[in-house]
Design a protein around this ligand. Sequence first.
Ligand code: CMX
Ligand code: CO
Length: 140
Amino acid sequence: MFMRIDHIGIACHDLEEQIALFSGLFELEVVAREVNEEQGVKEAMLRIADADGGGSYIQLLEPLSPDSPVGKFLAKRGEGVHHVAFGVPDVSEAMSKIGGKGVRLLDESPRHGSMGSQIAFLHPKDVGGMLTELVQAAKS
Ligand code: CMX
Ligand code: CO
């Protein structure tokens, strides 16, 4: 079902500071910056690897407001790993397969994600405490 780790999402208070830290430490290039109002984030994608069908990234996330998912997470747990995102060939199919096993889907249908992808989240309480994102990369 999973083809790769698409990205690790990291919650931070200051996107520019965190971009400077990660690109400096690991020599990663910022390949996209977006504001996603629906997800309540300002974000940057730092490329680790390219591949046919989708690459691997670090996703740095700054909340747009304290009552957004990332804003609440920062208040409760502080900066750090917020979610793990797996690349799937078809996000709707993965949602129905995984949902059929009793895992709570946090999205009824796929939403808009980074770089034209389609995404959906699984409840962390049903996945061993890990907030899990499914990603179908945009067709290149
Ligand atoms: N990882 C693991 N556990 C988490 C978590 C996370 N990121 N966020 C919340 N939880 C846990 C909480 O600790 C809490 O556990 P306890 O009851 O044991 O304390 C439980 O889940 C419920 O958390 P909550 O704070 O009461 O609920 P929230 O209103 O914060 O909702 C969640 C949590 C996961 C349902 C919500 O954050 C969500 O829908 N997330 C999906 C969307 C999202 O995260 N978007 C931002 C990223 C966008 C992107 O990647 O593009
Ligand atoms: Co993500």
